[in-house]
Design a protein around this ligand. Sequence first.
Ligand code: APR
Ligand code: PHB
Length: 392
Amino acid sequence: MRTQVGIVGAGPAGLVLGLLLAREGIESVVLESRSREYIEHRVRAGVLEQGTVDCLAASGVGERLQREGMVHHGLFLRWDGYSHRIALSDLTGGRGITLYGQQEVVKDLVAERVEDGRELLFEVSDVRVEDFDGDEPAIRFTDATGAEQVLRCDVIAGCDGFHGLCRPTVETALRVYEREYPFGWLGILAEAAPSSDELVYCHHERGFALQSMRPPDLTRLYLQVAPDEELERWPDERVWEELHTRFAGDDGFDVAEGAVVEKGITPMRSFVAEPLRHGRLFLAGDAAHIVPPTGAKGLNLAVADVRVLADGLAHWYSTGDGSRLDSYSDRCLRRVWRVQHFSWWMTRMLHRLPGEDPFEPMLQRSQLEYVCSSHAAATSLAENYVGLELEL
Ligand code: APR
Ligand code: PHB
Protein backbone atom coordinates (compact mmCIF):
# COMPACT_ATOMS: atom_id res chain seq x y z
CA MET A 1 0.00 0.00 0.00
CA ARG A 2 1.17 3.52 -0.73
CA THR A 3 -0.30 6.96 -0.01
CA GLN A 4 0.89 10.52 0.52
CA VAL A 5 -0.10 10.96 4.18
CA GLY A 6 -0.56 7.98 6.51
CA ILE A 7 -2.87 8.97 9.37
CA VAL A 8 -2.99 6.93 12.59
CA GLY A 9 -6.30 7.44 14.43
CA ALA A 10 -9.83 8.36 13.33
CA GLY A 11 -10.68 10.84 16.09
CA PRO A 12 -11.41 14.48 15.28
CA ALA A 13 -7.70 15.17 14.58
CA GLY A 14 -7.17 12.35 12.07
CA LEU A 15 -10.53 12.74 10.33
CA VAL A 16 -10.34 16.53 9.96
CA LEU A 17 -6.76 16.25 8.70
CA GLY A 18 -7.84 13.75 6.05
CA LEU A 19 -10.68 16.05 5.03
CA LEU A 20 -8.52 19.18 4.74
CA LEU A 21 -5.89 17.26 2.75
CA ALA A 22 -8.52 15.90 0.35
CA ARG A 23 -9.70 19.46 -0.28
CA GLU A 24 -6.10 20.25 -1.31
CA GLY A 25 -5.96 17.21 -3.57
CA ILE A 26 -3.66 15.27 -1.21
CA GLU A 27 -4.27 11.56 -0.65
CA SER A 28 -4.36 9.90 2.74
CA VAL A 29 -5.14 6.59 4.41
CA VAL A 30 -6.60 6.57 7.93
CA LEU A 31 -5.93 3.61 10.25
CA GLU A 32 -8.18 3.18 13.30
CA SER A 33 -7.90 0.51 15.96
CA ARG A 34 -11.57 0.60 16.99
CA SER A 35 -14.72 -0.20 15.01
CA ARG A 36 -16.83 2.41 13.24
CA GLU A 37 -19.69 1.69 15.64
CA TYR A 38 -17.41 2.30 18.63
CA ILE A 39 -15.97 5.66 17.55
CA GLU A 40 -19.38 6.93 16.47
CA HIS A 41 -20.89 6.35 19.90
CA ARG A 42 -18.09 7.37 22.26
CA VAL A 43 -19.61 10.20 24.34
CA ARG A 44 -17.23 13.12 24.84
CA ALA A 45 -17.35 16.90 25.05
CA GLY A 46 -19.65 18.93 22.85
CA VAL A 47 -18.55 22.55 22.58
CA LEU A 48 -17.28 23.75 19.20
CA GLU A 49 -15.47 27.04 18.84
CA GLN A 50 -16.51 29.38 16.06
CA GLY A 51 -13.27 28.62 14.20
CA THR A 52 -13.93 24.86 14.37
CA VAL A 53 -17.47 25.28 13.02
CA ASP A 54 -16.26 27.58 10.24
CA CYS A 55 -13.53 25.11 9.27
CA LEU A 56 -15.96 22.17 9.08
CA ALA A 57 -18.53 24.22 7.15
CA ALA A 58 -15.93 25.53 4.67
CA SER A 59 -14.78 21.93 4.08
CA GLY A 60 -18.29 20.74 3.28
CA VAL A 61 -19.23 18.84 6.46
CA GLY A 62 -21.18 21.57 8.21
CA GLU A 63 -24.65 20.80 6.92
CA ARG A 64 -26.07 18.72 9.81
CA LEU A 65 -23.94 20.61 12.31
CA GLN A 66 -25.47 23.91 11.27
CA ARG A 67 -28.97 22.42 11.23
CA GLU A 68 -28.84 20.53 14.54
CA GLY A 69 -26.08 22.31 16.47
CA MET A 70 -27.19 24.97 18.91
CA VAL A 71 -25.41 28.32 18.77
CA HIS A 72 -24.80 29.90 22.17
CA HIS A 73 -24.03 33.58 22.71
CA GLY A 74 -23.32 33.42 26.42
CA LEU A 75 -22.63 31.24 29.44
CA PHE A 76 -23.29 31.44 33.17
CA LEU A 77 -20.93 31.32 36.12
CA ARG A 78 -22.86 30.37 39.23
CA TRP A 79 -21.95 30.58 42.89
CA ASP A 80 -23.83 31.31 46.12
CA GLY A 81 -27.09 30.41 44.44
CA TYR A 82 -26.98 32.99 41.67
CA SER A 83 -26.00 32.78 38.01
CA HIS A 84 -23.97 35.56 36.40
CA ARG A 85 -23.96 35.78 32.61
CA ILE A 86 -20.87 36.24 30.48
CA ALA A 87 -22.11 37.68 27.16
CA LEU A 88 -19.68 35.81 24.94
CA SER A 89 -20.86 37.24 21.61
CA ASP A 90 -21.26 40.85 22.76
CA LEU A 91 -17.73 40.73 24.17
CA THR A 92 -16.11 39.18 21.10
CA GLY A 93 -17.61 41.03 18.16
CA GLY A 94 -20.31 38.46 17.56
CA ARG A 95 -18.40 35.18 17.92
CA GLY A 96 -20.07 32.27 19.71
CA ILE A 97 -19.87 28.56 20.41
CA THR A 98 -21.93 25.68 19.03
CA LEU A 99 -23.21 22.77 21.09
CA TYR A 100 -22.90 19.58 19.07
CA GLY A 101 -21.58 16.28 20.42
CA GLN A 102 -18.09 15.17 19.42
CA GLN A 103 -19.45 11.81 18.28
CA GLU A 104 -21.82 13.65 15.92
CA VAL A 105 -18.82 15.44 14.41
CA VAL A 106 -17.10 12.06 14.06
CA LYS A 107 -20.19 10.53 12.39
CA ASP A 108 -20.35 13.38 9.86
CA LEU A 109 -16.63 13.10 9.09
CA VAL A 110 -16.69 9.32 8.68
CA ALA A 111 -19.80 9.46 6.47
CA GLU A 112 -18.21 12.08 4.20
CA ARG A 113 -14.98 10.11 3.93
CA VAL A 114 -16.69 6.81 3.17
CA GLU A 115 -19.03 8.45 0.63
CA ASP A 116 -16.07 10.08 -1.10
CA GLY A 117 -14.34 6.69 -1.29
CA ARG A 118 -11.25 7.72 0.68
CA GLU A 119 -9.52 4.90 2.53
CA LEU A 120 -10.39 4.43 6.21
CA LEU A 121 -9.51 1.08 7.79
CA PHE A 122 -11.17 0.13 11.07
CA GLU A 123 -10.11 -2.51 13.59
CA VAL A 124 -6.45 -2.52 12.64
CA SER A 125 -4.02 -3.78 15.28
CA ASP A 126 -0.33 -3.96 16.12
CA VAL A 127 0.37 -0.61 14.45
CA ARG A 128 4.05 0.43 14.24
CA VAL A 129 5.44 3.64 12.71
CA GLU A 130 8.88 3.27 11.12
CA ASP A 131 11.62 5.06 9.16
CA PHE A 132 10.26 8.56 9.73
CA ASP A 133 13.84 9.81 10.10
CA GLY A 134 14.28 9.22 6.36
CA ASP A 135 12.26 10.02 3.23
CA GLU A 136 10.27 6.78 3.07
CA PRO A 137 8.34 6.29 6.29
CA ALA A 138 6.13 3.26 6.70
CA ILE A 139 3.29 2.12 8.91
CA ARG A 140 3.09 -1.61 9.60
CA PHE A 141 -0.15 -3.04 10.93
CA THR A 142 -2.47 -6.02 10.94
CA ASP A 143 -5.75 -5.37 9.16
CA ALA A 144 -9.22 -6.49 10.28
CA THR A 145 -8.87 -9.80 8.43
CA GLY A 146 -5.64 -10.59 10.26
CA ALA A 147 -3.36 -9.90 7.27
CA GLU A 148 -0.02 -8.11 7.79
CA GLN A 149 0.17 -4.84 5.85
CA VAL A 150 2.74 -2.15 5.12
CA LEU A 151 1.57 1.36 4.25
CA ARG A 152 4.34 3.45 2.70
CA CYS A 153 3.86 7.19 2.70
CA ASP A 154 5.59 10.60 2.49
CA VAL A 155 4.68 11.59 6.03
CA ILE A 156 2.93 10.08 9.03
CA ALA A 157 0.38 11.97 11.13
CA GLY A 158 0.15 10.63 14.68
CA CYS A 159 -3.47 11.44 15.53
CA ASP A 160 -3.96 8.44 17.80
CA GLY A 161 -4.96 10.22 21.00
CA PHE A 162 -3.45 10.17 24.46
CA HIS A 163 -3.21 6.35 24.65
CA GLY A 164 -1.90 5.85 21.12
CA LEU A 165 1.46 4.49 20.01
CA CYS A 166 2.95 7.39 18.03
CA ARG A 167 4.01 9.49 21.01
CA PRO A 168 5.61 6.55 22.89
CA THR A 169 7.59 5.74 19.71
CA VAL A 170 9.47 9.06 20.05
CA GLU A 171 9.40 9.18 23.85
CA THR A 172 13.13 9.71 24.35
CA ALA A 173 13.07 12.84 22.15
CA LEU A 174 10.20 14.50 24.03
CA ARG A 175 10.06 17.15 26.70
CA VAL A 176 6.96 16.48 28.77
CA TYR A 177 5.06 18.98 30.92
CA GLU A 178 2.33 17.53 33.07
CA ARG A 179 -0.07 18.37 35.85
CA GLU A 180 -2.59 15.99 37.41
CA TYR A 181 -5.56 17.30 39.33
CA PRO A 182 -6.81 15.78 42.59
CA PHE A 183 -10.30 15.31 41.17
CA GLY A 184 -12.22 13.99 38.19
CA TRP A 185 -15.59 14.64 36.53
CA LEU A 186 -18.53 12.29 36.76
CA GLY A 187 -20.64 12.95 33.66
CA ILE A 188 -24.18 11.87 32.82
CA LEU A 189 -26.37 12.24 29.78
CA ALA A 190 -30.05 12.53 30.72
CA GLU A 191 -33.26 12.48 28.72
CA ALA A 192 -34.47 15.85 29.89
CA ALA A 193 -34.57 19.28 28.31
CA PRO A 194 -31.91 21.46 29.96
CA SER A 195 -33.34 23.97 32.41
CA SER A 196 -31.05 26.72 31.15
CA ASP A 197 -30.61 27.63 27.48
CA GLU A 198 -26.91 28.29 28.11
CA LEU A 199 -24.14 26.42 29.94
CA VAL A 200 -23.98 26.85 33.70
CA TYR A 201 -20.55 26.46 35.37
CA CYS A 202 -21.18 26.18 39.10
CA HIS A 203 -18.74 26.73 41.96
CA HIS A 204 -19.96 25.21 45.22
CA GLU A 205 -18.38 24.30 48.54
CA ARG A 206 -19.08 20.61 47.83
CA GLY A 207 -17.33 20.90 44.47
CA PHE A 208 -17.79 22.01 40.89
CA ALA A 209 -20.85 21.16 38.77
CA LEU A 210 -21.74 21.89 35.15
CA GLN A 211 -24.93 21.82 33.16
CA SER A 212 -24.50 21.47 29.41
CA MET A 213 -26.68 19.94 26.70
CA ARG A 214 -26.87 17.86 23.57
CA PRO A 215 -29.39 19.27 21.17
CA PRO A 216 -32.24 18.93 20.71
CA ASP A 217 -33.40 17.51 24.04
CA LEU A 218 -30.68 15.90 26.17
CA THR A 219 -28.98 17.39 29.21
CA ARG A 220 -25.29 16.73 29.87
CA LEU A 221 -24.31 17.18 33.51
CA TYR A 222 -21.01 16.91 35.35
CA LEU A 223 -19.98 16.72 39.01
CA GLN A 224 -16.52 17.11 40.50
CA VAL A 225 -15.65 13.84 42.27
CA ALA A 226 -12.52 12.19 43.69
CA PRO A 227 -10.09 11.11 40.94
CA ASP A 228 -10.30 7.44 41.93
CA GLU A 229 -14.07 7.52 42.46
CA GLU A 230 -15.93 4.32 41.60
CA LEU A 231 -18.96 4.64 39.38
CA GLU A 232 -20.84 1.99 41.43
CA ARG A 233 -20.85 4.42 44.35
CA TRP A 234 -22.93 6.84 42.28
CA PRO A 235 -26.39 5.38 41.62
CA ASP A 236 -28.64 7.81 39.72
CA GLU A 237 -30.44 8.98 42.89
CA ARG A 238 -27.16 10.06 44.47
CA VAL A 239 -26.09 11.89 41.30
CA TRP A 240 -29.37 13.85 41.17
CA GLU A 241 -29.29 14.66 44.85
CA GLU A 242 -25.76 16.03 44.57
CA LEU A 243 -26.63 18.01 41.44
CA HIS A 244 -29.66 19.58 43.15
CA THR A 245 -27.52 20.51 46.15
CA ARG A 246 -24.73 22.11 44.15
CA PHE A 247 -27.02 24.05 41.80
CA ALA A 248 -29.50 25.10 44.53
CA GLY A 249 -30.18 28.79 44.99
CA ASP A 250 -32.68 31.51 45.66
CA ASP A 251 -33.33 32.23 42.00
CA GLY A 252 -35.44 29.14 41.35
CA PHE A 253 -32.88 27.44 39.10
CA ASP A 254 -32.75 23.66 39.31
CA VAL A 255 -31.61 20.86 37.05
CA ALA A 256 -34.36 18.90 35.32
CA GLU A 257 -34.26 15.14 35.93
CA GLY A 258 -34.65 12.51 33.25
CA ALA A 259 -33.63 8.92 32.49
CA VAL A 260 -29.84 8.57 32.63
CA VAL A 261 -28.66 7.13 29.31
CA GLU A 262 -24.88 7.38 29.87
CA LYS A 263 -22.62 7.72 32.88
CA GLY A 264 -18.84 7.86 33.17
CA ILE A 265 -15.87 9.32 35.01
CA THR A 266 -13.21 11.44 33.27
CA PRO A 267 -9.83 12.05 34.88
CA MET A 268 -8.44 15.59 34.74
CA ARG A 269 -5.00 16.25 33.40
CA SER A 270 -2.90 18.92 31.73
CA PHE A 271 -0.19 17.49 29.48
CA VAL A 272 2.10 18.71 26.69
CA ALA A 273 4.78 16.69 24.88
CA GLU A 274 7.16 18.82 22.80
CA PRO A 275 8.12 19.01 19.98
CA LEU A 276 5.23 17.94 17.75
CA ARG A 277 7.48 17.04 14.80
CA HIS A 278 10.01 14.19 14.59
CA GLY A 279 11.39 13.96 11.07
CA ARG A 280 8.43 12.91 8.98
CA LEU A 281 6.23 12.03 11.96
CA PHE A 282 3.86 14.79 13.09
CA LEU A 283 1.91 14.49 16.34
CA ALA A 284 -1.48 16.23 16.52
CA GLY A 285 -4.38 16.51 18.96
CA ASP A 286 -4.59 14.45 22.15
CA ALA A 287 -1.52 12.46 21.03
CA ALA A 288 0.52 15.56 21.88
CA HIS A 289 -1.48 17.37 24.54
CA ILE A 290 -4.39 17.08 26.96
CA VAL A 291 -6.32 19.85 28.67
CA PRO A 292 -8.77 19.51 31.57
CA PRO A 293 -12.33 19.77 30.15
CA THR A 294 -13.29 22.94 32.05
CA GLY A 295 -12.49 25.16 29.07
CA ALA A 296 -14.10 22.72 26.58
CA LYS A 297 -11.01 22.90 24.39
CA GLY A 298 -9.82 19.33 23.59
CA LEU A 299 -11.52 18.88 20.23
CA ASN A 300 -10.94 22.48 19.19
CA LEU A 301 -7.23 22.27 19.90
CA ALA A 302 -7.00 19.04 17.89
CA VAL A 303 -8.67 20.76 14.93
CA ALA A 304 -6.36 23.80 15.24
CA ASP A 305 -3.28 21.50 15.09
CA VAL A 306 -4.40 19.75 11.93
CA ARG A 307 -5.35 23.00 10.23
CA VAL A 308 -1.73 24.10 10.70
CA LEU A 309 -0.47 20.71 9.52
CA ALA A 310 -2.70 20.63 6.44
CA ASP A 311 -1.55 24.15 5.56
CA GLY A 312 2.13 23.12 5.87
CA LEU A 313 1.64 19.95 3.83
CA ALA A 314 -0.32 21.72 1.09
CA HIS A 315 2.43 24.32 0.78
CA TRP A 316 5.12 21.62 0.67
CA TYR A 317 3.35 19.52 -1.95
CA SER A 318 2.56 22.48 -4.20
CA THR A 319 5.90 24.33 -4.00
CA GLY A 320 8.46 21.92 -2.53
CA ASP A 321 9.07 24.44 0.26
CA GLY A 322 8.99 22.74 3.68
CA SER A 323 9.34 25.88 5.82
CA ARG A 324 5.70 25.76 6.96
CA LEU A 325 6.24 22.19 8.09
CA ASP A 326 9.43 23.20 9.88
CA SER A 327 7.45 25.72 11.91
CA TYR A 328 4.53 23.32 12.55
CA SER A 329 5.49 22.48 16.11
CA ASP A 330 6.24 26.05 17.20
CA ARG A 331 3.10 27.44 15.60
CA CYS A 332 0.91 24.83 17.29
CA LEU A 333 2.61 25.13 20.66
CA ARG A 334 1.89 28.84 20.95
CA ARG A 335 -1.84 28.09 20.80
CA VAL A 336 -1.48 24.94 22.90
CA TRP A 337 0.08 26.89 25.78
CA ARG A 338 -2.51 29.68 25.58
CA VAL A 339 -5.23 27.05 25.80
CA GLN A 340 -3.34 25.18 28.55
CA HIS A 341 -3.28 28.34 30.62
CA PHE A 342 -6.95 29.12 30.00
CA SER A 343 -8.07 25.57 30.83
CA TRP A 344 -5.94 25.48 33.99
CA TRP A 345 -7.24 28.92 35.02
CA MET A 346 -10.92 27.95 34.56
CA THR A 347 -10.28 24.68 36.41
CA ARG A 348 -8.54 26.42 39.29
CA MET A 349 -11.24 29.07 39.62
CA LEU A 350 -14.15 26.63 39.76
CA HIS A 351 -13.09 23.46 41.62
CA ARG A 352 -12.56 22.72 45.29
CA LEU A 353 -9.17 21.27 46.10
CA PRO A 354 -9.17 18.52 48.74
CA GLY A 355 -7.30 19.72 51.82
CA GLU A 356 -7.08 23.33 50.64
CA ASP A 357 -6.57 26.10 53.19
CA PRO A 358 -9.34 28.70 53.74
CA PHE A 359 -7.38 31.22 51.64
CA GLU A 360 -8.04 29.41 48.34
CA PRO A 361 -11.86 29.68 48.19
CA MET A 362 -11.59 33.38 49.05
CA LEU A 363 -9.31 33.87 46.05
CA GLN A 364 -11.71 31.91 43.84
CA ARG A 365 -14.65 33.99 45.00
CA SER A 366 -12.77 37.21 44.31
CA GLN A 367 -11.81 35.97 40.84
CA LEU A 368 -15.41 34.99 40.03
CA GLU A 369 -16.72 38.37 41.17
CA TYR A 370 -14.08 40.18 39.15
CA VAL A 371 -14.72 38.19 35.96
CA CYS A 372 -18.44 38.86 36.24
CA SER A 373 -18.18 42.57 37.02
CA SER A 374 -15.21 43.84 35.01
CA HIS A 375 -15.66 44.30 31.27
CA ALA A 376 -11.95 43.70 30.73
CA ALA A 377 -11.88 40.48 32.75
CA ALA A 378 -15.09 39.17 31.16
CA THR A 379 -13.69 39.93 27.70
CA SER A 380 -10.56 37.96 28.48
CA LEU A 381 -12.62 34.92 29.48
CA ALA A 382 -14.93 35.33 26.48
CA GLU A 383 -12.25 35.63 23.80
CA ASN A 384 -10.47 32.56 25.10
CA TYR A 385 -13.70 30.59 25.48
CA VAL A 386 -14.98 31.25 21.94
CA GLY A 387 -11.43 30.61 20.72
CA LEU A 388 -8.68 32.96 19.60
CA GLU A 389 -8.49 33.25 15.84
CA LEU A 390 -6.02 30.90 14.19
CA GLU A 391 -3.44 32.58 12.00
CA LEU A 392 -2.31 30.40 9.12
N1 APR B 1 -3.80 2.59 16.07
C1 APR B 1 -4.85 3.16 15.42
N2 APR B 1 -5.71 3.99 16.04
C2 APR B 1 -5.51 4.24 17.34
C3 APR B 1 -4.44 3.68 18.06
C4 APR B 1 -3.55 2.81 17.36
N3 APR B 1 -2.52 2.23 17.97
N4 APR B 1 -4.50 4.12 19.34
C5 APR B 1 -5.57 4.91 19.41
N5 APR B 1 -6.20 5.00 18.22
C6 APR B 1 -7.38 5.76 17.87
C7 APR B 1 -8.44 5.84 18.96
O1 APR B 1 -9.28 4.71 18.96
C8 APR B 1 -9.20 7.10 18.57
O2 APR B 1 -10.27 6.84 17.71
O3 APR B 1 -7.03 7.11 17.65
C9 APR B 1 -8.16 7.94 17.84
C10 APR B 1 -7.76 9.17 18.63
O4 APR B 1 -8.87 10.02 18.74
P1 APR B 1 -9.14 10.96 20.01
O5 APR B 1 -8.76 10.26 21.25
O6 APR B 1 -10.51 11.46 19.86
O7 APR B 1 -8.06 12.16 19.83
P2 APR B 1 -8.05 13.40 18.83
O8 APR B 1 -8.49 13.03 17.47
O9 APR B 1 -6.73 14.04 19.05
O10 APR B 1 -9.19 14.37 19.37
C11 APR B 1 -9.12 15.12 20.54
O11 APR B 1 -10.75 13.81 21.56
O12 APR B 1 -9.96 12.99 23.63
C12 APR B 1 -10.94 13.69 22.97
O13 APR B 1 -12.20 15.17 24.10
C13 APR B 1 -10.94 15.00 23.52
O14 APR B 1 -11.95 16.53 22.18
C14 APR B 1 -10.73 15.90 22.36
C15 APR B 1 -10.46 15.11 21.17
C1 PHB C 1 -20.04 19.12 27.36
O1 PHB C 1 -21.10 19.56 26.89
O2 PHB C 1 -19.78 17.92 27.35
C2 PHB C 1 -19.08 20.07 27.98
C3 PHB C 1 -19.38 21.42 27.98
C4 PHB C 1 -18.48 22.32 28.55
C5 PHB C 1 -17.30 21.85 29.09
C6 PHB C 1 -17.00 20.50 29.07
C7 PHB C 1 -17.89 19.60 28.51
O3 PHB C 1 -16.44 22.74 29.65
